[in-house]
Write a protein that binds this ligand. Structure first.
Ligand code: ZN
Length: 143
């Protein structure tokens, strides 16, 4: 597989026009994540709803296209999900990229499966998982 194949249309589109990009005025959780190897730096802003759902989630910062696209897709996927659904998705995504043995994902990830090709590029794995690590930290905060 060529490196260019990583940059499929959906990933390019999300990196150029990131969704949920910007501050979240009533966010109760803010998490910073950085990936010095590449220079990616993002902040995830999250607000939990009364029923423990991810009521709102946005991100700010700067990163390479893989990082920005992954953060953008992450916010669209976990918004309105319950904390446990968001956690399950996060673990499935991280497993898809980092598990020793490649295996079919435990749940359907839709567009997120486009990132599977990143497995073969260890330096890029950190770019693709940065936003998810930030999400992991955010989900652990009980607010
Ligand atoms: Zn990067």
């Amino acid at each position: 597989m060529e490196f260019e194949e990583l940059y499929q249309d959906v990933i390019l589109d999300h990196s150029r026009r990131p969704r949920n990009f910007g501050e979240l005025p009533d966010a109760t959780v803010h998490v910073h994540g950085d990936n010095p190897m590449c220079g990616d730096e993002i902040n995830v802003h999250l607000k939990f709803g009364p029923d423990d759902t991810v009521e709102g989630i946005t991100f700010t910062g700067n990163g390479c296209s893989i990082c920005m696209a992954s953060a953008s897709l992450m916010t669209t996927k976990v918004k309105k999900k319950s904390r446990s659904e968001a956690e399950a998705m996060m673990h499935t995504f991280q497993d898809m990229l980092t598990a020793e043995e490649e295996k079919p994902p435990g749940m359907r990830l839709g567009d997120l499966e486009l990132f599977k090709g990143v497995r073969k590029f260890p330096l890029r794995v950190k770019c693709a998982t940065l936003a998810w690590h930030a999400l992991e930290e955010a989900l652990q905060k009980k607010v």
